[in-house]
Design a protein around this ligand. Structure first.
Ligand SMILES: [Zn+2]
Length: 177
């Protein structure tokens, strides 16, 4: 268990006096602990703890803490399994979408040693910016493929998709306006 180490000295005492966060008094209670062990959410029921009367923060005695560590080390038998609903914060979802987009754009590469780390096509010295610039100045995809024979149709498509995605997802600085 993670525990505040700020008041380690008071940990020596049998019972903690006040909550670290709100300085409220604590009451001894039998409580449940929920925490993650190697990515797995686990619950330990009926654990004695000192519980803050205001914020509900739980404080375990050094003894109980050690007992829990021992329990987990010994891989105890699972008493019961419960189903836990999991929600995702909207911002996290948009991050997941970003990752998803980058997974699909396999031809866009970043290498600090190539073109200063700018997004490039398949590790080559052609940046996404170059391609977008060419399109913007009226060149057709056919023109570009002629000028850069080592590029493929799909490279252009991914460069444009990447640029579109960046404009959607990231606020651009307006300094050069
Ligand atoms: Zn508290």
């Amino acid at each position: 268990m993670k525990k505040s180490t700020k008041h380690d000295k008071t940990r020596q005492a049998k019972v903690k006096e006040l909550c670290d966060y709100c300085c409220e008094t604590l009451s001894p209670k039998i409580t449940n602990l929920e925490f993650r062990v190697k990515g797995e959410l686990i619950v330990i029921e009926d654990v004695p703890a000192e519980v803050c009367n205001r914020c509900g923060k739980k404080y375990l005695s050094a003894e109980t803490d050690a007992g829990i560590e021992r329990l987990l080390r010994n891989k105890p038998k699972v008493e019961k399994t419960i189903t836990v609903p999991v929600f995702r914060w909207a911002a996290a979802r948009s991050n997941a979408r970003k990752k998803e987009t980058m997974r699909n754009l396999t031809r866009i590469t970043f290498d600090p040693n190539v073109m200063g780390g700018k997004p490039c096509i398949r590790g080559m010295r052609v940046t996404v910016g170059t391609i977008v610039g060419l399109i913007a100045s009226g060149h057709s995809i056919t023109d570009i493929l002629q000028a850069y024979p080592y590029l493929e149709d799909e490279d252009i498509r991914e460069a444009l998709a990447y640029a579109a995605w960046r404009v959607e997802e990231i606020e651009l600085p307006l300094a050069h306006a």
